[in-house]
Design a protein around this ligand. Structure first.
Ligand code: ATP
Ligand code: MG
Length: 535
């Protein structure tokens, strides 16, 4: 037998830690977990599942139709235009099988080489704009992965696009082979990567049911503890998925309750910056794309908690983590280890694990970053821009000696203000607006509100998003002066080429815990999910 060429009998970069099968106790704990996840509403209903399938099917048809129409416009014959084809792939949490109510559906649209990115974004945006079922449509063409965000019958959808070096895209097309990436531009490669990663993750976990239940649990926990946000410097969906998949590899026969318990212990004790990998990084690098490698690339050395995406070209999904966000996540891992010990011994409940964070009760002082604009379209872009830069402020705050911790809250609070006089405008700009705003849940409600008020008076509508950073001052420190980092941050974000002084603004101020607006204590019903901008 050829021992050298024999494939390892396990999935992952090391042998499993244990091949044990579940004990009756672990089976019981896992049943309780599923009951709790059901109680918490993390599983979508059959009706929702069906609705998503119908929507995905519509997008598949739409993409094919669009490719046909653009092909005809480019003077392809009817036969060639029909044969041009087109295909969609879902990816992200939907593809991984952990989609839950309120989550987004990520869709990759694949086109043949004669359809450019500009063609696709232009035609898709204009087509969708005419659909009655579509709301909150926005194209973000300058993002790291350009995306069209929308709601279709109120379900959030993210569309990314890649064109392949092929004249036709048949329905049977698969995108697993690295050779398909040859001659593609960087943006297409990034856009394909989400789908290729999802396929790899699914291939690399030993038991899908255990993986899915564990991942649902970890996602719910991370959201409740407000540490679910790639953009703010925590982990995002794919990072949590890879981490859970790695624990599944280490315990290939375990079930969800046991996986989750080990998850917290292992992640808590992980020797960062040792990377989390699901398979060896493909470093023979046939196509010469940049692959995560701290031995070659100096930047990669700065990744504090590297979690590496499995598909070629492998990247670090957690490059946004800062010293402070690492500290916050480690604190949460530690808390969870303690709770899990109680759950496993029967002295604690799963609901303890999912208890809501106490971010707004935890600190005496907060920084409040108020981002404002005078139109909803501009605001979506401007507030998204600031949100994606908050972690730079956090990095700057790390160098302030008297600050033990600057803790960014995972999401911003959106509001619309109908200002009836200049004083109200000034108040909103200073962040004094607790009594004036009208919260909005979606665009329809929003435009209805605007209609109601603008019909009756001369009103200035201002949109705000407020981000919070909790401040923990070093014991013994008496003074805290954050003028320099906050001013620098404002200068930095205003340096954006689309920044318009007349219609946009940003203010940063301190607030004491007793001055926090009441909105921050609700359950976050009105927190709009941000657009999916990666940077
Ligand atoms: P959620 O349930 O929050 O939507 P998700 O896994 O779908 O979780 P998204 O933020 O919607 O996460 O992103 C969709 C996909 O895009 C991810 O699964 C991943 O493949 C890719 N992606 C997003 N952010 C990153 C990142 N920082 N690094 C690598 N890939 C990313
Ligand atoms: Mg998603």
């Amino acid at each position: 037998m050829d021992l050298l060429n024999r494939q390892p009998q396990y999935l992952g970069v090391t042998h499993p830690v244990s091949l044990s099968y579940p004990t009756p106790r672990e089976i019981h704990i896992s049943d309780l977990l599923i009951q709790e996840l059901l109680r918490q509403g993390t599983f979508e209903s059959e009706y929702e599942t069906r609705r998503c399938e119908v929507i995905i099917d519509k997008f598949d048809k739409l993409v094919k139709e669009l490719i046909y129409n653009i092909s005809r416009e480019k003077r392809l014959s009817d036969t060639n235009a029909k044969e041009a084809g087109g295909k969609i792939f879902t990816f992200g949490s939907y593809k991984l099988g952990v989609y839950g109510t309120g989550a987004d559906i990520d869709i990759l649209c694949i086109a043949p080489r004669h359809i450019t990115r500009d063609d696709f974004f232009y035609y898709m945006h204009h087509t969708l704009n005419n659909f009655a079922e579509v709301s909150e449509l926005s194209s973000i063409t300058d993002a790291y992965v350009p995306v069209i965000n929308l709601r279709f019958q109120d379900i959030p959808i993210n569309l990314v696009f890649a064109r392949l070096e092929l004249a036709k895209i048949p329905n049977e097309l698969e995108i697993k082979e690295n050779s398909l990436l040859k001659n593609l531009d960087e943006i297409c490669i990034r856009s394909l990567k989400g789908s290729r990663d999802a396929d790899e993750i699914l291939r690399l976990v030993p038991s899908l049911p255990a993986f899915r239940t564990s991942l649902r649990c970890i996602k719910l926990w991370a959201k409740r503890r407000a540490i679910y946000s790639n953009v703010m410097g925590f982990f995002g969906g794919v990072s949590w998925a890879i981490l859970v998949a790695r624990i599944c590899q280490l315990y290939p026969n375990a079930i969800a309750g046991a996986i989750v318990s080990r998850f917290f212990r292992i992640v808590y004790q992980w020797k960062w910056p040792h990377p989390v990998l699901l398979k060896p990084i493909e470093d023979n690098n046939p196509l010469n794309f940049r692959v995560w490698n701290p031995k070659i690339y100096h930047d990669d050395l700065y990744h504090l908690m590297p979690i590496i995406t499995p598909s070629y070209p492998s990247k670090c999904a957690t490059h946004n983590v800062t010293q402070f966000t690492k500290k916050i996540m480690e604190r949460e891992f530690g808390r969870a280890v303690g709770i899990m010990d109680h759950i496993m011994t029967g002295t604690g409940k799963w609901s303890d694990l999912f208890a809501k964070h106490n971010f707004f009760g935890r600190y005496r002082y907060y920084l409040q970053i108020i981002v404002l604009s005078d139109s909803s379209e501009k605001h979506l872009k401007w507030s998204g821009r600031v949100e994606s830069r908050v972690r730079y402020l956090i990095s700057k705050l790390e160098s302030i000696g008297s600050l033990a911790l600057a803790h960014p809250f995972a999401k911003g609070f959106n509001k619309i203000h109908h200002c009836i006089n200049d004083q109200m405008v000034k108040d909103v700009m200073r962040g004094v607006f607790d009594s004036t705003p009208i919260n909005y849940k979606n665009d329809t409600e929003l435009s209805q509100n605007i209609q109601d008020v603008t019909d009756t008076a001369n009103i200035r509508v201002i949109y705000t998003t407020t981000f919070y950073i909790g401040l923990e001052i070093e014991s013994g420190s008496r003074q805290l002066d954050l003028t320099w980092p906050t001013q620098e941050f404002i200068k930095f974000v205003k340096g954006w080429d689309k920044y318009d002084e007349k219609s946009m603004g940003i203010t940063i101020r301190y607030v004491k815990s007793v001055e926090l607006p009441s909105e921050v204590f609700d359950d976050g019903e009105h927190l709009l999910k941000r657009t999916n901008i990666r940077s």
